[in-house]
Design a binder for this molecule. Structure first.
Ligand SMILES: [Zn+2]
Length: 227
């Protein structure tokens, strides 16, 4: 398989669909060769990074977060653009994978307005997983309170119940991984993010992938979609 990919993609999927994990994996694929590998841009990480670095955009974002408000779409887009357009931000990367943004139709439209020409989107990959499977994936998730490692009671169990294999810390269930919270997160996805499938479908950039399979199988298929 050719290890070099050139793509500018959005990974779309409900919580628990595995898009973050796969984005990391695709980004690491082919590293060691200067011109291969895509940069994974997790908007959550980018936001935390900018706030921590005290950049102008980060400081502005912080004023919204401190006030308990949502960070405006344009501010997020400016951060993403900054990362994409600054050569040192991407190294020798042949493209990028956007994970966690856009989540709504207005965000998708704004992103298109801001990314054109050599920065325009080439692929949108939709990770399809039935809701009952997502429910099982998310409710079984446990997070280490000390190092942040993520485990799963069925799919990635620790050798001792409730104890992190990596650091010995206590495992906890995040409040947003409890069943009621997951129901709400899936509902938000259905009402706000699922309409993006039609939007990108009309533009001819959408590829759907059956993500209810093993991570290795999903990964191999992803690579073929992104060639
Ligand atoms: Zn740990």
């Amino acid at each position: 398989m050719n290890s070099s990919l050139t793509a500018r993609c959005v990974f779309l999927g409900a919580p628990g669909a595995g898009k973050g994990t796969q984005a990391k994996r695709v980004a690491q694929h082919g590293t060691g060769e200067a011109e291969s590998g895509l940069t994974h841009i997790s908007t959550g990480d980018l936001l935390r990074e900018q706030v921590a670095s005290g950049s102008a955009l980060g400081a502005e974002a912080k004023t919204y977060m401190d006030a308990g408000k949502l960070v405006p779409d344009q501010l997020i887009i400016d951060m993403v653009k900054g990362k994409i357009e600054r050569p040192e931000g991407l190294g020798g990367s042949a493209g990028w994978i956007l994970d966690g943004f856009p989540r709504t139709l207005p965000q998708a439209e704004a992103l298109d307005t801001n990314l054109s020409g050599e920065n325009a989107l080439t692929h949108v990959i939709s990770f399809a997983v039935p809701e009952e499977v997502l429910m099982g994936r998310l409710t079984g998730r446990r997070t280490c309170s000390k190092c942040g490692a993520i485990w799963h009671i069925e799919h990635k169990p620790t050798s001792k119940d409730g104890v992190c294999d990596q650091c010995g810390g206590d495992l906890t269930q995040r409040s947003d991984d409890r069943p009621e919270a997951i129901g709400k997160r899936l509902e938000v996805y259905r009402s706000q993010t699922a309409p993006l499938l039609a939007y990108y479908g009309d533009r001819g950039v959408l590829r759907e992938i059956d993500a209810n399979r093993s991570p290795d199988v999903v990964f191999q298929e992803l690579l073929t979609h992104m060639q």
